[in-house]
Design a protein around this ligand. Structure first.
Ligand SMILES: Cc1cc2nc3c(=O)[nH]c(=O)nc-3n(C[C@H](O)[C@H](O)[C@H](O)COP(=O)(O)OP(=O)(O)OC[C@H]3O[C@@H](n4cnc5c(N)ncnc54)[C@H](O)[C@@H]3O)c2cc1C
Length: 301
């Protein structure tokens, strides 16, 4: 992020939440489960799979983590009842990772047990680099018990990812590969756009060479074009990969990918803990952040 954009985002953060929500709701299905279901149904009707997420992160109290577990269980029940073509995405710090590792494992087991009952799937999102080791450890532990029902996210901007992938390929991991959204120091993360793209492609090739399933999670056209080539070279059948995008982002590109016959899954977040997710999306979108910034300045009205 350039310094001006950084300044704009910092200013946006001090705006009233009600104003931030007006701009952020483009990226969020709504505050309730029924809002999430309505969006997922609409996307499913267009041939798009979804991954639904009850927003929340950095939980400090066990009872809050347990409350989120109950919401995820209700979500899985609802996906089944409504016959949605959807799995779920979860954040480890929402389920107690920063409180106690073993406690977090137990919370995940409750959720994945329910997903298994419905033949569904739980994606473990990747968070900032202070959690990478413990999230990989969490995933590997859960994989031993639920090999078909759990997968992880890796971030192409981290130097370490290629080594993590080499290790996790050994158990035929189901991946989501994304660039990564947290602000990380240059000592551990690629900073240049080209470096991140190159590392994305390098990791994608390795995953596919090793026969792993990959959710290719990006809106970046050059990466998507390169992924098309790789899919062709590997002669991959459609059930070996999918593209993934965020709700509210690059709908035209999403349509082009679908029209080319590839599978697409959209991340559909909902819930009243929308704030940090929304700020991350606004950080990625200088234009929206700038419009918000201007709307707050009386002399620009
Ligand atoms: C399904 C999914 C799940 C994800 N899960 C994680 C995760 O677990 N952990 C993690 O660290 N990150 C996650 N991410 C976020 C990811 O790391 C990137 O921050 C995000 O996808 C933007 O990167 P990009 O590859 O689209 O490339 P960018 O270069 O950021 O974007 C490419 C183009 O997409 C468009 N675009 C991107 N973002 C926006 C936006 N907010 N608003 C409008 N246009 C936009 C712009 O046109 C931009 O030029 C996820 C992303 C997806 C798609």
């Amino acid at each position: 992020m350039n310094p001006l954009h950084n300044l704009i985002v910092e200013t946006v953060k001090i705006m009233p939440k009600s104003i931030i929500y007006l701009f952020a709701k483009k990226y969020i299905a709504g505050k309730t489960l029924s809002n999430g279901v309505a969006v997922a149904k609409d996307l499913n009707s267009k041939g798009i799979m979804t991954t639904m997420d009850v927003l929340g992160e950095s939980v400090r109290q066990k009872e809050d983590a347990i409350n989120f577990v109950n919401q995820f269980l209700e979500l899985l029940d609802t996906i089944e009842k409504e016959k949605l073509n959807s799995n779920i995405s979860t954040k480890p710090t929402q389920l107690g990772l920063n409180i106690d590792f073993d406690f977090c494992v137990v919370q995940y087991e409750k959720i994945i047990e329910r997903a298994k009952m419905y033949n569904n799937f739980v994606r473990i999102d990747m968070e900032d680099s202070s959690t990478t080791d413990s999230i990989i450890k969490l995933y590997t532990k859960l994989y031993q018990k639920f090999p078909q029902n759990v997968g992880i996210v890796v971030q192409a901007y981290l130097h370490r990812t290629i080594d993590d992938v080499r290790e996790m390929d050994k158990i035929k991991t189901n991946y989501r590969l994304c660039k990564g959204i947290y602000i990380e120091p240059k000592e551990i993360a690629y900073k240049e756009k080209k470096e991140v793209r190159d590392n994305f492609i390098k990791n994608l090739n390795l995953m596919l060479d090793d026969g792993c399933y990959v959710g290719i999670a990006t809106h970046d056209k050059p990466i998507i074009d390169k992924a098309f080539e790789i899919i062709k070279t590997h002669k991959l059948s459609k059930d070996k990969y999918e593209f993934q995008m965020l709700y509210g982002v690059t709908e035209n590109l999403r349509k082009q990918i679908l029209d080319n016959g590839h599978r697409m899954r959209v991340y559909v977040p909902f819930g009243d803990q929308w704030y940090y997710y929304a700020i991350r999306r606004l950080q990625e979108n200088p234009q929206v952040a700038w419009t918000m910034f201007k709307s707050f300045l009386p002399f620009t009205k």
